[in-house]
Design a binder for this molecule. Structure first.
Ligand code: 5GP
Length: 120
C-alpha cells in the first residue's frame, strides 16, 4: 500500500490538526484516541510514513523501531497502564479493520478490557 500523505495522523504530525498529546520523542508520538473505547485509550504512532505494522517492522530503521518500543514501555509505565494490565492492538488492513492508514498501536486500559474479540 502506498502511504497516503493526507491521512488524519499525517495531518496531526504536520500540526494541521490538533491532538491531545500524551508523549513525544524524536521519532514517536502518542495521543489520546478521539473516540475512546476504554477509560484509557492511547494511540502510539511512529513519526515516519509507515502504513501498518508490517511496513513499520520491514522498513523502519532500527532507531525508529527502538524509539517506538521504548515509547510504548514508558507510556505503559508512566500512565499507570502497566499496574493492572492493558491491551495493545495494531489493526492491520481490511480484515483487521484498520481505518487510519498510518501505523498505530492502540493501548487500552483503565478497566478490564473484556474478550479478545467481539463479533459486532
Ligand atoms: P484503526 O481502526 O485505524 O485501528 O483506529 C483508528 C483510531 O483513530 C480510532 O480508534 C479513532 O477513534 C482514532 N481517530 C480517528 N481520527 C482521529 C483524530 O482526528 N484524532 C484522534 N486523536 N484519534 C482519531
Amino acid at each position: 500500500m502506498t502511504y497516503d500523505q493526507d491521512n488524519i495522523f499525517a495531518k496531526i504530525l504536520k500540526g494541521d490538526i490538533p491532538c491531545d498529546k500524551v508523549f513525544e520523542s524524536e521519532k514517536t508520538l502518542a495521543f489520546n484516541d478521539i473516540s475512546p473505547a476504554a477509560p484509557r485509550h492511547i494511540l502510539v504512532i511512529p513519526k515516519g510514513p509507515y502504513t501498518d505494522i508490517v511496513d513499520f517492522a520491514s522498513n523502519a530503521s532500527q532507531d525508529e523501531q527502538a524509539d517506538f518500543w521504548a515509547a510504548v514501555t514508558k507510556i505503559a509505565q508512566d500512565e499507570g497502564l502497566n499496574e493492572k494490565g492493558f491491551r495493545s492492538i495494531a489493526n492491520t488492513g481490511e480484515h483487521g479493520g484498520q481505518e487510519v492508514p498510518h501505523f498505530h498501536l492502540h493501548l487500552l486500559g483503565g478497566e478490564p478490557i473484556g474478550k479478545m474479540r467481539s463479533k459486532d
